[in-house]
Write a new protein. Structure first.
Length: 216
């Protein structure tokens, strides 16, 4: 990867750069990928995104390929088992949240036809393209993330505070927060779906910042 390519400042490691260049801010309409990022963003609260990226492949194995229907069937024994799994963040509340969120996710699908249809309604069905010139301009939360957080909590989701929701919105392309100086600042193309219901992604947050305490 050429050092001359201009990128957002948070993309430093090889894994971060690959994620930034191929995924961050690219619109997602695949429900399984949306569930993946819901799990990963919740897991990241209080940690760096690099930590989660490094554990991402193991998360995929631990959480049944991020199939919400399978995760929704996890039992307390499964939660106990995952708490002992060194390949993921061993935080009981975050793990249990992934299970309850999977059940709430299925309820949203049943009501709206897809989670994507529900989710994208919070931005009018199209990405919000921002024009930030400095990381200091990038917000931690917005009116839209506040509304999404409030409604998800009402539906029984947890680890969906407004800052987590905004990070999620950035990751799945509901907002384009690449700096205007970044090579990736353009209208990102939607990811193609992969076999089995996922998309061709290897889950972001406001990457210019590091969360030092769990978001509400």
């Amino acid at each position: 990867m050429s050092p001359s390519v201009k990128r957002c400042g948070w993309a430093r490691s090889e894994r971060d750069i690959a994620y930034h260049d191929a995924e961050w801010g690219v619109p997602v309409h695949d429900d399984r990928v949306l569930f993946e990022f819901l799990v990963l963003e919740g897991a990241q609260a209080g940690l760096s995104w690099s930590t989660i990226l490094n554990k991402r492949a193991h998360y995929r194995r631990a959480f049944a390929g991020f199939d919400p229907a399978k995760v929704a069937r996890f039992t307390p024994a499964d939660v106990d088992r995952l708490v002992q799994d060194a390949g993921i963040v061993r935080h009981r509340q975050k793990i249990a949240s992934a299970v309850t969120n999977a059940r709430a996710f299925l309820a949203v699908q049943a009501e709206h036809g897809s989670f994507a249809r529900y989710l994208w309604s919070f931005v009018g069905g199209a990405p919000k393209i921002n024009r930030w010139r400095s990381p200091r301009q990038v917000p931690a939360r917005t009116v839209e993330s506040d509304a999404l957080s409030k409604d998800l909590k009402r539906r029984g989701f947890s680890f969906v505070g407004s800052t987590i929701c905004y990070a999620f919105m950035q990751a799945v392309g509901m907002v384009n927060d690449h700096l205007v100086s970044c090579a990736q600042y353009r209208a990102p193309r939607p990811r193609a779906a992969r076999a089995g219901g996922g998309a061709s992604r290897a889950a972001a947050p406001r990457r210019p910042r590091r969360r030092t305490s769990p978001a509400s």
